[in-house]
Design a protein around this ligand. Structure first.
Ligand SMILES: [Zn+2]
Length: 436
């Protein structure tokens, strides 16, 4: 029997084992400790030990280590570096198969932390219950579904009586949901490959890029005063409505967004980059003009807009200059210039779709009956660091990313199985295999 048929047959016959393995991952609640509202300690280490036992049992060479923030100081100002972050009891894991073989190598990469469960679940978020062909649970989408699929893809190849012609590294990292320092540390640790699949959820499409994300907060000053009384001109001490001034800035952002809708597009993204306002906070009493207004926004940027540190410095400057120019047109704001406090800069990256690995992945998907759609991700993933060190990387995984972080997060079980097949086929085609 041809290798591919052997492996696909193994996967078809072991669907329960594949889904059972994913359930076991879901049942270890590896909530990122940054989400301190969640009771109990992080279980990231428990997941890593569980995965490492599984992979060691398949013959992998295992390395597990805790990141040390001080060892990463050289990345100051770059994506994923957070000074002083504590990784005690929070190890990264690398499992290498086929070490020393000379075929092309592949890194299968994912994070094992999840966000807190939150409220409004109708099922147990840490059980992995299957109802009508959908597995429910925190992480089924983001991204234990992908992690389980990549591990089971390796198992499928090896259990089909094959051995690899090129190395496969399974890398699972901590701390993606609070900044991506686990991925930075993994790459700093030295793991490299000729290609990488980051198994974030993509609904089984191939995503060769993700967008960078900036969060910013703008504080707009006003001057409170009795809302029902006549007010003098502000120059004579009268009240200034901070909400009205915020509206002035919001109108300016609307005009900027019209420009960005044309200028900040990408052929593999269905939406342009925009400045979206996520929160508005203003006012204290029903009888007073707001003393202060706060706008919290989310702005996205393209890989082509990255600065010399491979993050969003240019776009930050663009927005800072824009805000200043808008404020200077308003007499009050020009004397009370609002500033942007930057909260998050999550990086992005892109792999050329013409790269042979992207084509290999498209063909793998088509071979298992999928269309092989290429589509970029609007949100941030950990793909930046692999790409930064020259590893062609795609995002590919089961589950609809819009369900990530939701209550009743679920992934269709058929997508998990299809993801296993796609990655097993990619291992065969990219790394190569022979009779063991
Ligand atoms: Zn994720």
């Amino acid at each position: 029997m041809a290798q591919e048929q052997q492996v696909m047959k193994w996967i078809d016959e072991h669907q329960d084992d594949i889904l059972g393995f994913l359930q076991q991952l879901i049942q270890i609640p590896s909530v990122n400790p940054w989400f301190f509202d969640e009771p109990g300690p992080s279980k990231e280490k428990d997941v890593q030990e569980f995965i490492s036992r599984k992979l060691a049992g398949l013959g992998a060479e295992i390395e597990m280590w805790e990141p040390v923030a001080d060892d990463l100081k050289e990345y100051e100002g770059m994506a994923g570096y957070y000074p002083g972050r504590d990784f005690t009891g929070r190890p990264n894991l690398a499992a290498t198969f086929g070490k020393g073989t000379d075929g092309k190598s592949l890194l299968l990469f994912g994070h094992i932390d999840v966000v807190m469960a939150g409220s409004k679940w109708t099922v147990d978020p840490f059980e992995g219950q299957i109802i009508d062909g959908k597995m429910y649970g925190r992480g089924t989408v983001d991204m234990k579904g992908g992690v389980a699929a990549m591990i089971m893809a390796v198992e499928a190849v090896l259990r089909s009586g094959l051995k690899l012609k090129g190395p496969v590294v399974v890398g699972t990292v901590v701390d993606e949901e609070a900044g991506g320092m686990g991925a930075l540390d993994f790459i700093h640790h030295g793991y490299r490959a000729d290609a990488c699949i980051l198994t974030e959820p993509t609904s089984l499409t191939i995503a060769p890029l993700c967008r960078g994300i900036l969060w910013g907060k703008i504080k707009i000053q006003g001057r409170s005063g009795h809302i029902e009384m006549p007010q003098a001109d502000w120059k004579d001490g009268g009240a200034v409505d901070a909400i009205k001034k915020a509206r002035y800035i919001l109108d300016a952002f609307d005009r900027l967004n019209e420009e960005w809708a044309v200028s900040k597009t990408h052929p593999y993204l269905s939406i342009p980059c925009q400045v979206h306002v996520a929160q508005l906070n203003a006012g204290e009493y029903p009888t007073s003009f707001a003393n202060e207004a706060e706008i919290v926004f989310n702005a996205q940027y393209l890989p082509s807009e990255r600065d010399e540190k491979l993050v969003g410095g240019h776009v930050k400057k663009e927005l800072t200059d824009f805000l200043r120019a808008a404020a200077e047109q308003d007499p009050w704001l020009s004397e009370h210039l609002p500033e942007i406090e930057w909260m998050v800069d999550a990086d992005c990256a892109e792999t050329d779709v013409a790269h042979p690995f992207v084509q290999t992945c498209v063909q793998s998907l088509q071979a298992i009956g999928e269309e092989g759609t290429i589509e970029g991700l609007g949100f941030h993933t950990d793909m930046g660091w692999p790409v930064n060190v020259g590893i062609p990387t795609i995002n590919f995984g089961p589950g609809d990313p819009s369900l990530a972080h939701h209550s009743d997060e679920f992934t269709p079980t058929v997508e998990v199985i299809q993801a296993v097949k796609m990655m097993a086929k990619t291992i065969l085609d990219w790394c190569g295999a022979e009779e063991a």
